[in-house]
Write a protein of this length. Structure first.
Length: 372
């Protein structure tokens, strides 16, 4: 049993704490935040103890720390976790530069520690079904695809949306990891990218909470249209925008020699997968991480198994095998996304400097083994 602590007690910490008891190989024991009152509230809500950040990093019963701080702090906090002799697991985006990621790789290797990173949604039942269909050759060779994450940003529902509109935020680095991680898991690494990028609105107005009406300056691209060229030869159109009030683009589609594949939202774990030769849902797949276990604000049921990547890392440490939500995968995804932003600024093709292996597939039986 891996003893786990959490640094950062914002919105996403609730999901980790709520879902952690579903998994066998780790247990959340303590939480910390620079705002002690936030840590106390989360600790009381979930029956764990509140620590200072320094106290959590010293805690003898904490073997690994989940870094849920804002993106700009990810590198420094993950570095502190490793320097304290503990395994690290970061929320996305893993880091904000390739150089930061390489420094963390060197430190982890020197200390014999693991580094993992969200997103782990690609381990979901729907997405592993899609991976299996591609691996089985159901589409033939994948020639292309499309991926779209579009909406009107977080200022309408998030009480503190500042970081979404600063460097390190924006739809590419905030939501892009779900989509690009999915694509790399299925198609392998990206070779080069091209893009356009702009901020459609110079300011945003907070719409909820105690800061309602406060105006924020936008200092990062909020509308990006890109082409991803994969080492496999496939090309995927990738649209990421918070300047869109409504659209009818599907989340993800792949186009193969013999069929197309329609895939649900990679921000969640489940949903229908359609192999479009006959437009019928791809059935016969009983994967535990595809089961609905959560209700959205409007009551819509969804599959939410956040923590699966951490559970897999805990099991991988015990078994001495690579974990799926790896540093190599996360750093390559960051490199792709930063290359997209650079391509948008330069209006040119940009070669992606890193690469990675596809993580091992996670079939239904192995997934069930991660659950209590």
């Amino acid at each position: 049993m891996l003893g786990v602590g959490i640094v950062g007690c914002g919105n996403i910490s609730e999901a980790y704490l709520k879902l952690a008891p579903l998994f066998r190989d780790f247990e959340i024991r303590a939480v910390a935040d620079l705002d002690a009152s936030r840590a106390e509230r989360r600790a009381g809500q979930f029956g764990v103890r509140a620590e200072t950040v320094e106290g959590l990093l010293r805690a003898r019963d904490v073997d690994a720390v989940v870094n849920l701080t804002v993106p700009a702090a990810h590198h420094a906090v993950t570095r502190a976790i490793l320097e304290a002799g503990k395994h690290a697991y970061s929320e996305k985006p893993f880091v904000l530069s390739v150089e930061e990621g390489e420094r963390l790789r060197e430190l982890a290797a020197a200390k014999g520690l693991r580094v993992g990173s969200a997103p782990d949604t690609f381990l979901g039942g729907a997405h592993q079904r899609a991976r299996a269909l591609v691996d089985e050759g159901a589409l033939g060779r994948v020639l292309g695809g499309s991926a779209h994450v579009m909406g009107h940003g977080m200022e309408g529902w998030h009480p503190d949306p500042d970081f979404f509109f600063r460097p390190g935020g924006g739809p590419v680095l905030d939501m892009g990891p779900y989509y690009v991680t999915w694509l790399v898991n299925v198609l392998g690494p990206v070779r080069s990218v091209a893009a356009t990028a702009k901020a459609g609105f110079p300011t945003r107005t907070i719409g909820v909470g105690p800061r309602e009406g406060e105006v924020l300056e936008v200092s990062t691209a909020t509308d990006v249209q890109a082409i991803l060229e994969f080492a496999s030869g496939a090309t995927v159109a990738f649209g990421a925008s918070w300047d869109v009030w409504a659209h009818r683009h599907p989340n993800l589609e792949l186009y193969g020699e013999t069929a197309s594949l329609y895939v649900p939202d990679p921000n969640f774990f489940g949903g229908p997968v359609t192999l479009a030769r006959d437009e019928e849902e791809a059935s016969g797949w009983d994967h535990p991480f595809g089961a609905d276990n959560h209700a959205m604000h409007d009551g819509t049921p969804v599959a939410n198994w956040r923590g699966a990547g951490l559970a897999d890392m805990a099991r991988a440490i015990a078994e001495g095998r690579p974990h799926r939500c790896s540093l190599d995968l996360a750093l390559h995804v960051v490199d792709v996304l930063l290359s997209v932003l650079r391509a948008g600024e330069e209006r040119a093709w940009v070669e992606v400097g890193t690469t990675c292996a596809r993580p091992a597939a996670l079939g239904p039986e192995e997934a069930r083994g991660l659950l209590r």
